[in-house]
Write a new protein. Sequence first.
Length: 411
Amino acid sequence: MSEPNPLTHGLYIHVPFCASRCGYCDFNTYTPQELGEQHGNSIPGYLNALEAELERAAQMWDVPEDYAGVQTVFFGGGTPSMLGHEGLTRALRAVKRTVGLAPDAEVTTESNPESTSPEFFHELREEGFTRISLGMQSAAGHVLKVLERQHTPGRPVAAAKEAMAAGFAHVNLDLIYGTPTETDADLRASLDAVLSAGVDHVSAYSLIVEDGTAMARKVRRGDLPAPDEDVLADRYTMIDNALQEHGFSWYEVSNWAKPGGECQHNLIYWRGGQWWGAGPGAHGCVRLRPEVHGHNPGGLTRTVNAKHPGKYFSGLLSSDATLSDPGPIITTEMLTDEDVRTERIMLGLRLAEGIPLQESPEVTQVIDKYVDLGLLERGLLEPGRGSRIRLTEQGRYLADGIVTDIIVAQD
């Protein structure tokens, strides 16, 4: 279904802490006020539990004989930089002594610009971190206010330059486009700021108003307009044109990089590799050892961790869970071959490289339709391996619908 991925094993570590909650965010994050002062809700308690989970992962994960450690580590959140360089260093050292870290591994941490400093970046680089991802969102102050972001407009670019000065060759800036009150001029200013930073990777996501968020309540009351689909499409085109004119290429629908700047960890997701998801609420997709209860012989298993930090802490450090019964902290779901095929189409087709696909008559009919519309293109592989399909430049705008139609036809 997908070509062999040279990077096959990654580790995602979820850090659930945030200093404040942004109005648009529905991620599994908690502020100090929401958590209280129980030990399991604290950063030290979280790190203790994380170390215990990594030890369990080393026992549960069925890795090949030539396994030399995870090839990527990605700290996401939440706000991983709230751990400080001390907490992130402690966590990475735990990775090295449990699941192992391969030579030349890519090690990324997301960071909010306001919780970083030159010293922070220097210490992480010294410890072996190789990549920084900064949440910029916008260079317009009034847009940041609508999003309820805490940093000042110029701080992300300054932080990116501090990271590069500390020796980071790979730095990403995240943009959100289509925020209510954002204008074309605001987005152009944000792109100018991104390009002035000298980073080698940009992620850009359209604003999605998620149910249950503060922003959703404002939209429902009429205090803010809902994002406009036509405006979102126009803004995406602005982003794509500006980045491609300055040496970036899109390699996934929402991600652009200069040559060699692609996020290897995310490519493990999109190309169908394995990753262990550690931390509260983290999801993983791995092969488990035969002795693990509910294992999927030769197949992949989804792992899902308890969401609340307090439950995560107590489940790992205060329960009777064993290797044969991971207990309530790490629940498992065996993936069928059909599940795996569906996910590889859903994720892989968003890549510029596309996917190889064995076509049935029903699938061929759908693909032919989108090829005729100029939204897909087909390239032949060697005999017996079917066709390779990829989105065209225009197809990216309708990626979700195209993927859905192919999956339905395959079923």
